[in-house]
Design a protein around this ligand. Structure first.
Ligand SMILES: Cc1ncc(COP(=O)(O)O)c(C=O)c1O
Length: 333
């Protein structure tokens, strides 16, 4: 029987043999003491890539986002974001539950920043009973909008406005590598629009675990304390940081293949491939759950991200042959 093609998420990848070798031979120390050389090397490299002073290795993108948002939004303040942003839809309310952060949202069909909406929502000081706005959060690429890329010019316009009014900017860059490869925009250009950003190694880059928070020396020093407070102080974790360094060396440019595969699958599902910018395809279906079940019957795993929305995600563990097989099944369905 043909192997199952799993398109539910790009988090499903298993470390390659070469990545496992890099992990096995990693130099390690106790990272809570700041003595793991591989973690320090990863943090320095990622901070440099984004043009910031420092970075902090975290177990998950969700923790990196919570630490990042808390560094720019105090308890009782609000962050503005798009209504289907991961921070507001898919982190189980962590920002509210653990940090007392509230949210107001704008809606954009492709998950982009809407500067006009941001301007009208922005309320840093409206008197004694309104929640003060402290920051705007943007997600690039945008997961639930379908791996869409916000144009860097829009992000730069947001940055200019934020500087004028004294507002902070957080970037959820879980898949910023995909935006970089899809558009050729330098990672430092994305870094330059944000006070603080979160990036993931465990999505398209294929590391088994790991994300980083990137920002100023002060923000990262404070986040290091909060990471420990939240139970995220890890010890000889260079083993995992080595997977991240390997991914940065070998798995960034290849994301272009995932993007090509996503366009192929989009075509098979009747979605305009021109709408697919990176590795995520969103397929509207009358009954997402029954489509997911029918595809699973034929060995193709996809997920429902809404009652009428199916999502397919391409990644390192889905090669061209598997993509062709999945495309045939999905086209038939
Ligand atoms: C855009 C975005 N941000 C953050 C996260 C959180 O990452 P993690 O699952 O590592 O907590 C995800 C996870 O898929 C995501 O898609």
């Amino acid at each position: 029987m043909a192997e199952i093609v799993d398109l539910r998420s790009d988090t499903l990848t298993r470390p390659t043999e070469a990545m496992r070798r890099a992990m096995a031979s990693a130099d390690v120390g106790d990272d809570v003491y700041g003595e793991d050389p591989t973690v320090l090397a990863l943090e320095e490299r990622v901070a440099d890539l984004f043009g910031h002073a420092a970075a902090l290795f975290t177990p998950t993108g969700s923790m990196a986002n919570v630490l990042a948002v808390r560094s720019v939004v105090a308890p009782g303040q609000e962050v503005l974001c798009e209504s289907s942003a991961h921070i507001v839809r898919a982190e189980l309310g962590a920002h509210a539950v653990t940090q007392g952060v509230t949210t107001r949202t704008w809606t954009h069909p492709r998950g982009h920043v809407d500067l006009e909406a941001v301007r009208s929502l922005h309320a840093p000081d409206m008197g004694p009973f309104f929640v003060p706005t402290a920051a705007v959060s943007v997600e690039n690429t945008h997961n639930f909008a379908g791996g869409t890329v916000t144009p860097v010019a829009d992000l730069q316009a947001l940055r200019s406005w934020a500087d004028e009014v004294g507002c902070k900017v957080h970037l959820d860059g879980a898949r910023i590598w995909n935006a970089h490869v899809a558009t050729g925009t330098e990672l430092a250009a994305y870094g330059g629009i944000a006070d603080v950003l979160a990036v993931c190694l465990s999505k398209g880059l294929g590391a088994p675990v790991g994300s980083l928070l990137v920002g100023s020396t002060e923000a990262i020093a404070e986040a290091r304390v909060w990471r420990k407070r939240m139970g995220g102080g890890m010890r000889q974790v260079g083993i995992l940081a080595a997977a991240g360094l390997h991914a940065l060396d070998h798995h960034v440019e290849r994301l272009a293949k995932d993007h090509d595969h996503a366009r192929l699958l989009a075509e098979a599902c009747g979605v305009d491939p021109a709408q697919v910018e990176t590795n995520i395809v969103v397929v509207p279906r009358d009954d997402a759950a029954s489509f997911v079940a029918a595809a699973a019957q034929e060995g193709v795993r996809v997920s429902a991200v809404g009652p009428r929305t199916v999502r397919l995600v391409t990644h390192l563990d889905v090669g061209p042959e598997a993509v062709r097989r999945a495309a045939a099944v999905l086209a038939r369905l």
